[in-house]
Ligand binder design. Structure first.
Ligand code: ZN
Length: 70
């Protein structure tokens, strides 16, 4: 409910989409190499405005930007 307008837009972004200006990285990226031919990465982000948490995934099988409610 309480996510900011930047985060509402972030949900719609594609795999090429960049994090919005108040979305900061949390921890190190998680690298998955076990799925040939290509591995993928996940990176967690947190919004400084509304504290929404996102995970960005480079896997084609996952949503590019997953919002974690609450
Ligand atoms: Zn936000």
């Amino acid at each position: 409910m309480g996510i900011c307008s930047h985060c509402q837009e972030q949900v719609k972004k594609t795999h090429r989409g960049k994090p919005h200006q108040d979305l900061i990285k949390v921890d190190e990226p998680r690298i998955f190499t076990g799925a040939p031919p290509r591995g993928y990465e996940e990176q967690d982000f947190k919004c400084l405005i509304c504290e929404a948490k996102f995970t960005q995934s480079s896997s084609k099988n996952d949503l590019a930007w997953t919002l974690w409610q609450g």
